[in-house]
Structure formats: C-alpha cells, structure tokens
Design a binder for this molecule. Sequence first.
Ligand code: NAD
Length: 376
Amino acid sequence: MSIPIKLDNGEIKLFKGWRVHHDTTRGPGKGGLRFHEEVDVETLKALAADMTLKNALVDIPFGGAKGGIRVEPSILSIGELERLTRRFAIEIKEMIGESKDVPAPDINTDERVMAWFADTLWTTSDKHDNGLITGKPFAIGGVLGHQGSTSQGVLNAVRNYLKRSEGSFSQLRAVVQGFGKVGAPLCYLLSSVGVKILGISDVTGGIYCSAGIEMTELSKHLRNGGQILNFPGAEAVSKEDIFQIECDVFIPAALGGVITEKVAQTIPAQFIVEAANGPTTLEADKVFAQRDIPVIPDILANTGGVVSSYFEWVQNRQGIRWDEGEISSRLLSYLDLAFEAAWIKASIDGVTLRDAATQIALERVVDAHKLRGLFP
Ligand code: NAD
C-alpha cells in the first residue's frame, strides 16, 4: 500500500509498505514489522515463510506473516515516525486482528511503534483487543522481559549446542555482528556467562579486542553518548573485517544475506548461530556444509522473541499476567524441546540442523493442511 504522511516542513511524502500472509493453516499470522530502506515485497514474502516454519518448529499456534515500510527511519522526526506508523496501521487494519494476524517488532521498530500501532487500531474500533499486536510496553499489556527474549533464546541455542558438543561458555570466543535489540542484549548475556566477546559491529563499523571487549565499559561509553566505533577499549575495524576475526562462534544479528559464499569460504569460526533472519545465503550454506562448520539456523536460534510474543498474546486473551520467572522458564522449555527435536533428527537422518529443523516444521504445516482438507 501507499502511505502518505505530512512531513514537519509541510511537504507530503509517499512511502510504500506491505503486510504479507504466508500460511495461516495452524493459526493466525504472526511476524514482525520492519522499517528499513531495503524492504521490498519479495524479502517480506521470504521472511513470512520463515515465520510459518519458525512458529511450527516451536509448536505455537500461529501461521507466518511479515510486514514493513520502505523507509530509513533515522531521517524522520519522532512526529513523522508516529504519523507514518499510524497511517500504516490504518492501511493494513483489515488484515490485522488477534485471531487473524498479530504483528510484532523487527528491525527499526520497537515498543513505542507497537504502542502507536495498537492505539490507532483501538481508537478506531469499538473493541479493545489487547492481543492484536505484541511487543507492546508493559503498561499497555506487554510482558516482562519481552525485549530480551530473542537474545535469551539465542543464548539458549548456544548453550544447547555446547552441551551436546562438550564445549563450555568459559572457553568460548564470540564475534557478534549487529548491536540492536537482539545483538546488544545478547552481548551482555554472553559476557555475563563468561563468554569472551572478541568483536562487535553495527552499521557504522566494528571493534576488536583480543582480550575480550569489556561490556560494562562499553555500556558506560554508550550511555555517555559514545558510539561502538570510537570505544577506547578496543581497536576499530571495518564492517567487513568483522568476518575475519578468528573465533569459536560467529553470530550474525543484523541483516539478512550478509554471509555470502565468499564470506563463508574464509570466516574463521567453528560454528555459526543465526540470530538474524536469513543471514546465510544458500550458496554460503553449502560452503559451511563442505567445511563442516555447523550452523544453528535462524528458525531454531532466534525463536525466543516469537515464543515470548505468544505468551503476551495468551495473557492478553486471558486477561492474566505471569511473572518474569514463569515466563522465562516456560520460554526455555519451548526452546529446549525444539532444539532437542532438531538435534535428534539431524543425528538420525545425517542432515544439517537447518534441514532437520525445516523438515520438522514443514511436516507440521503439511499435517495441518491435510487434516483441515480442502474447502468446499
Ligand atoms: P535493530 O534494528 O534493533 O538492530 C539492527 C542492528 O544491525 C543495528 O545495530 C544496526 O546498526 C546493525 N546493522 C545494520 N546493518 C549492518 C551492517 N551492514 N553491518 C553490521 N551491523 C549492521 O534490529 P533487531 O531487532 O536487533 O534485529 C536484528 C536481526 O534479528 C534481524 O535480522 C531481525 O529480523 C532478527 N530478529 C529480530 C527479532 C526481534 O525480536 N527484534 C526476533 C527474531 C529475529
């Protein structure tokens, strides 16, 4: 759809946005809203399909959806961003609903954007369906700990992998690409369990420290207005150099398609954990298989956020609230079950974790299709 808004200078600017429903056989659509200058409908279709698989793999009752606006949000004022979000919400209103399609945050969208989106739909409706969007602020129906749940899930995927490969957090050296809603909490979580973080990058560039980046110092530096790139406790490197740092685990937590065939041929990591959606190209995946480098795929590694979204939706629909401890233990049990199922299938069938996870998810979607049959 087209999304016209009035800019602060009085001009009218037209943006393009989409919402994609991929498969809703197992339940309402579920998937994030992305505001990014490279958003297009083909990418969103692929991400919506990923959501169908992800939700089936962790066995939550949702189908797959995704949406977004082609925009570089950093050039908009807060007012412009709010008007853009509200107009987008109205344009896709007919597709959204707690039993229809439930959006959530993704790249460059946060709980404030979710609040504007929800408020627009509540204000223009005669119903107050709390569960029509997740990732909301706590005060209007969000859940405790939602913001860190994807990162907590990624950490849990690393833990599950180490448990089965006789590794330990204290001996692990990690490089993380992306320092946003997923990458930043993940770095703090990794560091809190003793992982040495050798490199971090964001859109402006990267940093490297052979002794491990001191996360409390980095946090102080960022709070005082510093940037990743000018952190005095590490050496500045380019965005591309981040792929050349020797480490045990490389964790992409930024955009899709960043690990190309060329990158995969030389990346000096023992295993890869996909915190981002679709960071590894098909060709790169083949290279990793040839090089015997295990990849914990996105649909297995970054599912913590959508499981937590599911909990928010359940609580909103029941009008109840669980405490943080209960949410966290429920979250880990969903994620552990999915990891165990994929690991066993990969071992028995002699396939990669990506193939195992994808097959489990597809079988569940196909079963749902068969059981429901064809109308009429
Ligand atoms: P975000 O917008 O909060 O952060 C993105 C980060 O990537 C920023 O630090 C940005 O500077 C960095 N980045 C952008 N381009 C880069 C580049 N070329 N090199 C290095 N860094 C770059 O987004 P997010 O919510 O943290 O999402 C990150 C990834 O995780 C996305 O692929 C998203 O689809 C996926 N994901 C997010 C969630 C969630 O709960 N937010 C859940 C599952 C998956």
